[in-house]
Ligand binder design. Structure first.
Ligand code: 5AD
Ligand code: SF4
Length: 482
């Protein structure tokens, strides 16, 4: 991908039909339009991509930025000043949608003052037909709408917009296609997300993801390895393997392969220092994976294992395919194999039909597992999911009360659990200058905790040894070991 000469692409010819060549053609064409427009207005055009939601979206945004920079747009952090504003949206909970509508209203006013401005919307929210209808009706100033399945066509869609004066909408219901070798621009020079699979087949009864991200598709292991080798050659030392349920990786490949086997292949890549992954579904977490984690030198000592609820009754209604006991057994096995592993989770409070007794089971599992951290969510009704049609929705005040009690428990336990490393030395990947004090650097340990310590910018991207002087609840203050 790196060595393509876009200027040499003959735009007098028809666009190729195969990918990624077709997109290279449209990148070349978009470059021409952007440069013409820049000349016309006498300055560079700028863009701002705002990402809502999960790491999968963050990675998708890097692909958008890759295309935008290649076609000649310059990054502008201030959305209000940018000529091309893109919202990469999330729809996993209702409030994510509401935030997008709120901000879109403000953008409309800005667009009136900047006639060159484009507004693009993409991501999970756009896969919902009611959302697109609403935008067509109430936010007619939007220029471009596309979904999660055709993000690889971004350059082509931009060209379509340049060549027409109307809103361009391209949403696909699903796809079995994976297009390789497209541009992307990493946010960090030293670490990167790497998609290993797309979509989800689990249909947890509360979750909209399978409807907006489509069926599970795994990338070919060769393509994954090639991408990581390229990243390492470019200075990356840590990768985060991304998938909605990484534990079911490889099931529908022509030559099936397990996630554990993929990890072993990635481990062999020279120069790669750390491997992370998310998200793991407890029902698919195999003994083989636990064994690979126990013997790996590169896989980080952190497992994100969403429990969602501690009540086996609710877990069944959630269609999670495990019980409280099974989950605890998985936790026992992983801790036995990797004693110092950090465990984090996601928990939903107020799922339809949740009683105080069910909630007590959730508190109980939190007390038994003692998570390093937990993301707690209030159940959000997503139209079209089975849970939205369930009758016994829990009243808001009851949910709020349970949520507060859970949060208190989770925070107290996590402060205790996180502080046990005080007085130890740890390998730390230096990520940035501290936000509040420029004499300090911020680094991440294998277990995903952060530590701040005196240092300088030259350390960014390096793995250094740090003494953990003082636990501060969810992070540490430390000192560099010479
Ligand atoms: N309501 C609340 N939380 C949800 N999640 C997914 N769907 C919903 C919903 N409808 C949470 C789950 C998942 C995390 C990414 O978001 O806990 O693990
Ligand atoms: Fe949603 Fe369940 Fe798939 Fe996770 S595993 S994305 S919670 S359906």
């Amino acid at each position: 991908m790196n060595n393509i000469d876009f200027d040499a692409i003959d735009l007098t010819k028809e666009a190729p039909v195969t990918e990624p060549e077709r997109q290279y053609y449209y990148i070349a064409k978009a470059r021409k339009y952007v440069s013409e427009k820049a000349q016309e207005i006498g300055r560079n055009l700028t863009f701002c991509v705002t990402t809502f939601g999960c790491q999968m979206n963050a990675r998708d945004s890097e692909k958008l930025v890759g295309v935008l920079e290649l076609i000649g747009y310059k990054e502008e952090p201030d959305e209000e000043k940018a000529d091309f504003v893109i919202y990469n949206t999330c729809t996993v909970r209702e409030n994510a949608n509401l935030r997008v509508y709120g901000r879109l209203g403000q953008l409309g006013a800005k667009k009136k003052k900047n006639p060159h401005m484009f507004i693009g919307l993409c991501g999970c929210m756009m896969q919902e037909p009611t959302v697109v209808e609403k935008i067509k009706k109430s936010y007619r100033f939007v220029d471009l709408i596309f979904g999660t399945h055709n993000i690889y066509k971004f350059a082509e869609l931009i060209v379509t917009r340049f060549e027409s004066e109307r809103m361009v909408i391209d949403i696909w219901k699903d796809t079995d296609k994976i297009v390789e070798d497209l541009p992307s621009e990493r946010k960090f020079s030293f670490k990167s997300g790497v998609n290993i699979m797309f979509g989800c087949n689990n249909f947890c009864s509360y979750c909209i993801v399978p409807y907006v991200r489509g069926r599970e598709r795994s990338r070919n292991p060769k393509d994954i390895i090639r991408e990581i080798e390229g990243l390492v050659a470019d200075g990356v030392v840590e990768v985060m393997l991304l998938g909605q349920n990484v534990n079911s990786y490889g099931k529908n490949l022509e030559e099936p392969m397990t996630f554990a086997q993929l990890l072993q292949e990635i481990e062999k890549i020279e120069g790669l220092e750390r491997i992370r992954f998310m998200t793991s579904h407890p029902k698919d977490l195999s003994d083989e994976l636990i064994d690979v984690m126990a013997h790996s030198k590169k896989i980080c000592k952190h497992l994100h294992l969403p429990v969602q609820s501690g009540s086996s009754r609710i877990l069944q209604k959630m269609n999670r395919h495990y019980t409280k006991e099974h989950y605890l057994e998985v936790v026992r096995k992983i801790r036995e194999a990797v004693p110092d592993i950090s465990l984090t989770t996601d928990i939903i409070v107020g799922f339809p039909g949740e009683t105080e007794e069910d909630f007590q089971d959730t508190l109980d599992i939190v007390r038994q597992v003692r998570y390093d951290s937990a993301f707690t969510f209030i159940y959000s009704k997503r139209t079209g999911t089975p849970a939205a049609a369930m009758e016994d929705q829990v009243p808001d005040d009851v949910v709020k009360d349970r949520f507060d009690r859970l949060l208190k428990e989770v925070q107290q336990i996590s402060a205790e659990v996180c502080s046990v490393h005080q007085g130890t030395t740890q390998d730390v990947l230096v990520e940035s200058v501290n936000d509040h004090d420029p004499s300090l650097m911020t680094g991440r340990m294998s277990n995903n905790l952060l530590v701040h310590f005196p240092g300088d910018e030259s350390m960014i991207g390096k793995i250094v040894t740090v003494y953990l002087k003082e636990a501060k609840g969810f992070y540490y203050m430390g000192e560099l070991c010479k």
